[in-house]
Design a protein around this ligand. Sequence first.
Ligand code: UDP
Ligand code: MG
Length: 325
Amino acid sequence: MKPTYSVIVPIYNEIDCIDELYARMTAVMDKMSEPWELVLVDDGSSDGSTERMEALAQQDPRIRAVFFARNFGHQIAVTAGMDHAMGQAVIIIDADLQDPPEVIPELINRWKEGYEVVYAVREVREGETWFKKATASLFYSFIFKITDVKIPKNTGDFRLLDRKALDVLNSMREKDRYLRGMSAWVGFKQIGIPYHRDARYAGTTKYPLKKMIKLAWNAITGFSYVPLQAATYLGFIVAGISILLIPVVIIVRLVSGSELLGQATTLISTLFIGGVQLICLGILGEYLGRIYDEVKNRPLYITRSVTRTLYDDPAAIQNSDEPSE
Ligand code: UDP
Ligand code: MG
């Protein structure tokens, strides 16, 4: 037997959220008439989440717990969940209950209508700083402008994917992952549904500014060449301005008889062009580093262990004492 639904939850130090998540998730999913599984991915937690997940997986055979060897980051944890999910429809959701599990039946209804990717759109965001909301909103508009793939604004990873879309995504093994972009890229029948994003149930955000910037860079470099092209345009603009300035300097000299005054001007223009060149080099570096990561071709993640569920075929597992179904 295979589950119809797989719910994937990445977990990084969420000890205070796990029990509530499990309770609310089972309340919602048990109302569905089809079988379901819960894929919990432990992204190298150190606050006891790992032990709690182990206990839950032992107690409920519908839970598969995947344990990472260290922290690999949210997008990779979700990827591992996608690799291990067996369902026909897969739902990705955060552990902190900012995305209410009660919205999942709405996603499922759309799937039953024939949509293959159903993403949840944040209408209201609660419990987040104005800084996070402002930078997020700026970023979504920016990425929408510079990419050919139309990545829906104000969507996170909270979404449902049909098996067809999931199989394609699972075959895309790029190292720097921006899953919401990738799932827009695959196409299929997609639809967004609005929802109210709550405040975190407990704990603090596991996405500090540094991780947010990394995700933003992954989104930009993974889906656009615009920064590289910007270097070319910037070059033309600066070169153009300096050519235009030559006759200006000559005319000023001839008309007023005075030279453009010395060192400060030279210094400023040198520093300016130096800065522009370093920025362009940096942009090149961002792409180059990503190419280097791809070439090294290391595995996306390392699992310490994976627990079994009632959906596993006992015959396929060696040394198993369990009776077959
Ligand atoms: N998360 C993870 N690995 C990380 C950081 C976060 O698996 O390195 C998980 C985290 O446990 C949560 C989800 O990703 O389930 C979203 O993280 P968070 O709620 O902290 O992000 P925010 O909602 O503040 O953007
Ligand atoms: Mg959150």
